[in-house]
Design a protein around this ligand. Structure first.
Ligand code: FAD
Length: 485
């Protein structure tokens, strides 16, 4: 029998990790707190419907490297390419405007994906494998990582309604914890390893709204069901808050309001002022979402917090590792949370593969896995911390910098340099993060270096006339001085 790998959490990261393990011949068991999300009666945890998110190169590459032919094609087939941001606002004369900003001068795009839909495709793929078993309604409640044993509370509709729970004990060789930001695996891992842990709630809450699809009349183009461009991520920036809209295949848009908690409290006490608030700060939205629907979404949908988590190490000996949000939950402003989690899976397995050897016995496998997990923790920490920081910084960029001339100037110059002098290897930080697979920590180093060079050049160019002028004045004074003598 092959190595027994158990995966805790059947979200996108857990599902992909299970796929990688199954492809390597492990006996895989996936334990998930909720019921099967493919069952129509399952309500997504924390969300009203299911969030739309931006899938980009790192996530795509990790799915591609799973070794499952056609999987990526099925996933991309359910997405909409987004070529850039569409910034909405009101100009000085009070007119509404929208201004497109392509993400990438080379035409590369992000893909708007329904998170639940993507997750379902991964689960269907897993289901087709003979060495994978699912255990839904199983909640990790405890683990002894030295004895390779975990405990799960089992619920079903009958036991839950009667307030009864059953607990089961499961033995494993290797446990992968992909159980999200409030990870139970991480909590238990902390008792075994000296884990540094840092968590920060930012003072911003988020709430979901919907722009519904327009009815398509016979003979009309299918695309006419989208009220605004379907190939953009729409942003209504504001100094303190932001409203965004991401397209869905059915012609609707999932929208998110990000705002400090004090503003939420003020509006919660008087929701009827919401349309006026939107007209002031997010001009044009009330013509896309009727005021009545705005108020209903605001009063019925949850107002959820945003969490940023950094920790290290991610593993304990050969026994367990945490991936995805469990290891590095981040604020969503770089659109990288899931992408980084999927990338964790690719890096973890490439390091495990590098250390493994065929025909080794169980004892050797255990030693080798311990070495590989230590290497993974060491390798990934810098990158996870880097993207957590970038995600926090990008909140400022999305809600304010996108309209600043300095930001636009640097973007323009860097993009032109990447085209005019490709040998320089120049690229914007955004392209490096979203359209490449360079390590996040290296992206930060390279884009900081680029920034310093640009400042030097700009100062050089601006400073040249000043220096020439000063030399000229000095020369004239010298000559004049000579004459006076
Ligand atoms: P999760 O998706 O949280 O899945 C964890 C799973 O573990 C869940 O199914 C849960 O039920 C299960 N679980 C939890 N506890 C237990 C337990 N004790 N036992 C068993 N199972 C358990 N990312 C992007 O890449 N691009 C984006 O554009 C983007 N936009 C976002 C917008 C918003 C508003 C938010 C909030 C997030 C966004 N993200 C985005 C982040 C993305 O949603 C997460 O990074 C991603 O879902 C993490 O996947 P995961 O599998 O690690 O965790």
């Amino acid at each position: 029998m092959g190595q027994k790998t158990i995966v805790v959490g059947a979200g996108p990261v857990g599902a992909l990790a299970a796929l990688y393990a199954a492809q390597r011949g492990h006996e895989v068991e996936v334990y998930e707190l909720r019921s099967d999300l493919r069952d129509p009666s399952t309500t997504p945890l924390n969300f009203t419907k299911s969030i739309n998110l931006a899938l980009s190169e790192r996530g795509i590459n990790a799915i591609k490297c799973s070794g499952r032919a056609d999987l990526l094609e099925s996933i991309i087939g359910e997405t909409i390419p987004m070529r850039g941001r569409m910034i909405h606002g009101r100009d000085k004369s009070g007119e509404l405007y929208e201004q497109g900003q392509d993400y990438d001068i080379h035409g590369r795009t992000l893909y708007a994906a329904d998170r639940g839909g993507l997750n379902k495709i991964l689960l269907d793929e897993l289901e087709s494998l003979p060495n994978v078993k699912f255990f839904f309604n199983h909640k990790l409640t405890g683990a002894d990582f030295r004895k390779h044993t975990a405990w799960f509370e089992v619920t079903n509709k009958t036991t839950a309604s009667q307030g009864r729970h059953k607990e089961i004990e499961v033995n494993f060789d290797f446990l992968i914890g992909a159980d999200g930001a409030h990870s139970s695996t991480r909590y238990h891992l902390m008792k075994y390893t000296r884990m540094d842990y840092q968590q920060e709630y930012i003072d911003t809450l988020w709430c979901e709204f919907q722009i519904t699809a327009k009815p398509v009349k016979s003979g009309q183009d299918e695309n006419s069901r989208f009220s605004i461009s379907q190939h953009h991520l729409h942003i209504w920036p504001g100094k303190e808050f932001m409203f965004i809209a991401i397209p869905s295949l059915d012609g609707s848009f999932t929208c998110t309001l990000f705002m400090p908690s004090s503003h939420f409290s003020a509006l919660e006490s008087n929701p009827s002022t919401l349309p006026t608030f939107f007209n002031t700060h997010f001009p044009g939205v009330t013509s896309l979402i009727p005021p009545k629907d705005l108020i209903t979404s605001f009063t019925t949908n949850p107002h959820l917090p945003l969490l940023s988590i950094k920790c290290t190490p991610y593993h304990f000996l050969s026994s367990a590792v945490i991936l995805g949000d469990a290891a590095h939950a981040m604020v969503p402003f770089y659109g990288q949370g899931m992408n980084a989690g999927l990338e964790d899976v690719r890096f973890l397995f490439s390091i495990l593969d590098k250390h493994s050897s065929p025909n080794s016995d169980q004892e050797t496998d255990t030693k080798v896995r311990a070495t590989a997990l230590a290497e993974y923790s060491e390798f990934r920490t810098r990158d996870a911390h880097a993207i957590n920081d970038l995600a926090l910084q990008n909140y400022v960029e999305m809600r304010a910098s996108v309209v600043s001339p300095v930001y636009k100037g640097r973007k323009w110059l860097e993009e032109k340099l990447s085209v005019w002098v490709p040998s320089l290897g120049w690229a914007t930080r955004y392209s490096r993060v979203s359209f490449g697979n360079e390590r996040y920590s290296e992206v930060v180093e390279r884009s900081d270096r680029q920034g310093r060079l640009l400042v030097g050049w700009v100062l050089g160019v601006l400073g040249l006339p000043v220096v020439v002028g000063a030399v000229g004045v000095w020369w004239r004074l010298r000559r004049g001085g000579r004459g006076w003598r």
